[in-house]
Design a protein around this ligand. Structure first.
Ligand SMILES: Cc1ncc(COP(=O)(O)O)c(C=O)c1O
Length: 464
């Protein structure tokens, strides 16, 4: 780096470092930050994002600056009630004091780990998870995201069958419309063509069945048996999140457990989105009698302060990793800051009965949305979900997209995208206040009435 570039470089780092320390941003500075942000995204992040986000238009860009309670605030101080954040990371609201204090306290003496000395917080976090997860789940492997948790979970399933046992099972069964992440292994078991198309060939030996149909699993396993494809695991979400909050029939999971046992297949439950209280029980699978062999988690696990993923397994299954614990590793997984966040998040989740709050508040919201649906069945065609994982399905993708854009304008963030516009998810923190819930419902109805008028007049813009 020559001297001139070095000076420029240090000036740029200093500018960002000073901005982080700034609490009251002047109007002039606000405009400068917005300009920088747009320019940097355009030149150095991905200009496609500027096209794609509802928060950016030719004369306006909402740049996030602060979050607190159940809301995001942009740099001008505009408030957005969060029914979207990270597609389900904010179960405890934003920067929950117990989690923030845990991470800050940990940071005062150690941030990351040696990989040689033993890290105590990893031990405590693992013990706590063993105490609060279903069935015989006991051992934890921490990583950094949901997709990594599923990669590890699937590797463990294969290792279990291939390591000590003579069975050698390598195949996986998964569900259409399911979502498990976008790294190659997780993508291979995710059931949506638009994410997969460009990346074939994906992992071999993956079979797809419809979600919620236990007989389909039994039949598919019979076919696999006939053609000599040995299946190591069935990976499934308790409630399909990304697909739009799809809840299976009540007898589905108990039957799935029986079928997996009958065929000798490990059941991998993906709790990345449904875990930590989201569906009204601590783990989504707890709505049914169906203890998993392996369970993946992420999103809200780090209390929305530090990113963290994890997969757990029963002693019988996890034992496959005892002999060589380094057969699957990740540099940052289980680091002290992440596990401090997990401990803080678990403490607050149980202390404040976050699952109970999600159950009651989710039921209230769902009922209100269903009342709106009754008033406008030609616009809102379905309301579904469990706890605070609610899907609203509209009559057309154009309608759904106009709804999510309209709600953005009204200060409510929901998960509607150009690619997946017809249905959007309402995934707020379980800590929403009654007043905030009433505001959300009132704004949803107001935007729906306006959108419906345009829809009936044929004035909604076609999505390309
Ligand atoms: C059920 C499920 N599994 C896995 C993932 C992937 O998690 P991440 O984006 O942290 O890799 C997601 C993300 O939305 C998810 O909803």
């Amino acid at each position: 780096m020559d001297d001139q570039l070095r000076q420029q470089f240090l000036a740029e780092t200093r500018k960002a470092l000073d901005l982080m320390q700034t609490r009251d941003v002047t109007a002039e500075k606000q405009e400068a930050v917005i300009k920088d942000c747009i320019k940097n995204f355009d030149k150095y992040v991905n200009p496609g994002i500027l096209e794609y986000r509802k928060s950016v238009s030719t004369d306006y860009a909402a740049v996030e600056w602060r979050d607190e309670g159940n809301c995001f605030y942009d740099i001008h101080g505009n408030e957005f009630i969060d029914c979207l954040g990270g597609f389900g990371i904010y179960m405890l609201g934003h920067r929950h004091p117990t989690v923030k204090d845990a991470v800050q306290a940990q940071l005062q003496h150690q941030a990351l780990h040696s990989q040689e000395l033993l890290d105590p917080m990893r031990g405590y976090a693992s013990k706590l998870l063993a105490m609060c997860t279903p069935g015989k789940l006991q051992y934890s492997f921490f990583c950094n995201s949901g997709t990594e948790a599923n990669e590890g979970a699937m590797k463990l399933a294969k290792l279990y069958w291939n390591h000590k046992k003579p069975d050698h099972k390598n195949g996986m069964i998964t569900c259409t419309r399911g979502f498990h992440g976008k790294s190659m292994g997780s993508l291979s078991v995710s059931g949506k063509g638009e994410f997969r198309d460009a990346f074939y060939p994906l992992l071999p030996g993956v079979r797809f069945i419809p979600f919620g149909d236990a007989d389909a699993l039994d039949k598919e396993l019979a076919i696999c048996d006939m053609i000599g494809l040995d299946i190591a695991g069935f990976i499934v979400e308790p409630v399909q999140g990304e697909a739009g909050a799809i809840v299976p029939p009540d007898d589905y999971f108990p039957k799935v457990r029986e079928i997996c046992d009958k065929w000798g297949v490990l059941l991998i439950v993906d709790e990345v989105q449904t875990g930590m209280g989201r569906t009204g029980t601590l783990w989504g699978i707890e709505h049914w009698d169906c203890p998993p062999d392996i369970m993946a988690m992420g999103k809200a696990l780090g209390g929305a302060v530090v990113p963290v993923g994890n997969f757990m397994a029963t002693p019988e299954v996890f034992e496959a990793m005892f002999e060589n614990p380094y057969i699957h590793t990740t540099t940052f997984g289980g680091n002290p800051m992440a596990t401090a966040a997990v401990i803080g998040a678990l403490h607050a989740t149980i202390e404040e009965d976050i699952p109970g709050q999600a159950a009651t508040k989710g039921a209230w919201l769902k009922e209100k949305f269903q009342e709106i649906q009754k008033r406008y069945p030609d616009a809102l065609v379905d309301v579904r979900g469990l706890g605070v994982l609610i899907g609203l399905e509209f009559v057309t993708p154009e309608f759904g997209y106009a709804m999510s854009t309209g709600l953005f304008g009204e200060g409510v963030l929901v998960g509607g995208t150009l690619f997946n516009a017809k249905t959007f998810r309402i995934e707020p923190p379980a800590t929403l206040t009654q007043e905030q819930m009433e505001t959300i419902v009132e704004r949803v109805e107001r935007v729906l009435v306006k959108t419906r008028e345009k829809h009936l007049k044929g004035e909604l813009e076609a999505l390309h």
